[in-house]
Write a protein that binds this ligand. Structure first.
Ligand code: HAM
Length: 440
């Protein structure tokens, strides 16, 4: 048997319905904030992600899937969405038509990480990127969009952690004191942090290995090194979050795992013990140099991405039920070849009219077909044998009311529609008359 690659998974049954539903919720929320969808390739030229020799993030240095294609081009499976969106923004000159582009994406990402609950090698992100504005208000809008999504999914106990990495001048000043501080502990630093000490000391603060050590806790904090502009900007973001009553916690250890951030950075954490270290369901921040680093015009940007697997897991613990078991309008039980052909004809009419139908294609016996009708949660079971066929009739059972009637084959579709329309007034009905809602 061939197994799926480590860190990947298959989606089917009720789980597949939950995926469809969460994407629906996401699209609705993006509509509320007027973010437009963008779809970029799953693989990009490697330089989209491997831009900078000095990049010290784990994602770029250790986790990308890189390969040469048959024409010897360096290709990378996207580990995140932001860089690909930035590439598309530059290549398609999206800035020409709109000074500010508010974009969203849903798609698969790839990182060679150690798989565990909520951490996969192929995973899905929903992300937004707002390109072209430096306003603190748009940082707040992005965080607010994340909070709205969380509310729409009914997730409880989510904490928004926020910090500022300041502008380049602030970060350069901070990096100097970090180097001074950590240089005293060179012998105790893990090998990755030794490398980070030279290339990007800020990254040390994101280290999972050294995090619990004493010298780590005593490291200087960035908020003491923000220049006036960066401090004011951060305060404005916080003030606006207060204005819209969006609760947050300032976390001065928060630096984020990617090298492109400046000013606002944030993470959304769920408090679910089973999640362990994978409790960050969404995260993002401002990146004012990414577009120019990729060869585009100087463009400010801010964005955020959620891990969809983590959102779905979290919703199992504390959210709304996203999807119910499959349910259809009508299951046809046909006995004999002639009856099966006739059922096929009626199903065609019903489906064109918007009723979901199915039947048995295995030539199964009566009992087994009833079981299938049950398994599909059919609102109506329609039984057609030779006797009914001779009379041009069909037996219909309404599984909601247990009423059973023998009706003309011609009346099949109007009969069910009529019942469904009556039932749409009844809140307890599991399949309402409104066909659009049948797969809620
Ligand atoms: P990130 O923090 O690397 O940021 O990923 C965002 C979210 O993706 C995480 O909070 C987590 O929920 C999910 N995630 C990351 N890795 C995995 C994995 N291996 N398995 C399952 N879920 C995972 C970014 O990717 C940035 N591009 C976010 C951003 C957008 N910043 C600005 N704009």
């Amino acid at each position: 048997m061939i197994s799926k690659p480590k860190g990947t998974y298959d989606v089917y049954g009720l789980e597949a319905r939950r995926w469809v539903k969460i994407e629906e919720v996401i699209r609705k929320v993006c509509g509320l904030f007027n973010y437009q969808e963008i779809r970029t390739p799953i693989f990009e030229s490697s330089e989209v992600f491997h831009r900078d020799q000095n990049d010290t993030s784990d994602m770029v240095t250790k986790e990308t899937y890189d390969f040469k294609d048959r024409s010897d081009r360096s290709i990378t499976l996207r580990p995140e969405g932001t860089a690909g969106v930035a590439r598309a923004y530059i290549e398609n000159k999206l800035y020409v038509e709109n000074p500010v582009n508010k974009l969203f994406y849903i798609g698969q990402m790839f990182r060679y990480e150690r798989p565990q609950k909520g951490r996969n090698r192929q995973f899905s992100q929903f992300g937004v990127e707002a390109l072209g504005s430096n306003s603190p208000l748009i940082d707040v809008e992005v965080i607010s969009l994340g909070a709205t999504l969380i509310r729409s999914l009914g997730l409880k106990d989510v904490t928004v952690k926020i910090n500022s990495l300041g502008d380049k001048e602030s970060r350069d000043n901070y990096k100097k004191v970090l180097v001074e501080h950590f240089s005293k502990y060179k012998d105790d630093l893990c090998s990755d942090c030794l490398n980070r000490l030279e290339k990007n000391p800020l990254r040390i603060l994101d280290c999972k290995v050294d995090r619990d050590k004493e010298f780590f806790k005593s490291a200087p904090k960035i908020n003491n090194y923000l220049n006036e502009y960066s401090k004011n900007r951060f305060n404005e973001v916080l003030k606006e979050l207060d204005q819209i009553d969006l609760k947050y916690v300032v976390d001065d250890n928060l630096v984020r795992g990617l090298d492109y951030y400046s000013h606002t950075v944030f993470e959304l954490e769920v408090n679910i013990p089973e999640f362990g270290a994978q409790n960050v369901i969404g995260a993002g921040g401002r990146y004012d140099d990414l577009i120019s680093d990729l060869g585009g015009p100087k463009t400010d940007g801010v964005g955020m991405a959620f891990g969809l697997e983590r959102l779905l897991l979290a919703s199992e613990y504390s959210g709304k039920a996203l999807a119910k078991e499959n349910a259809i309008h009508a299951y046809f039980i046909a006995l004999g070849d002639n009856a099966r052909c006739e059922a096929m004809k009626i199903m065609n009419v019903c489906r064109i009219g918007g009723l979901s139908c199915d039947m048995d294609y295995m030539g199964s016996g009566l009992k087994s077909q009833f079981k299938k009708a049950d398994k599909n949660n059919a609102r109506f079971t329609l039984i057609l044998g030779d006797e009914e066929l001779n009379e041009f009739k069909i037996n219909v059972k309404d599984n909601l009311t247990d009423e059973q009637e023998r009706i003309s084959l011609y009346d099949c579709y109007p009969y069910m529609i009529n019942k469904l329309n009556k039932a749409s007034a009844c809140a307890s009905c599991h399949l309402k008359g409104d066909n659009d809602e049948k797969n809620d």
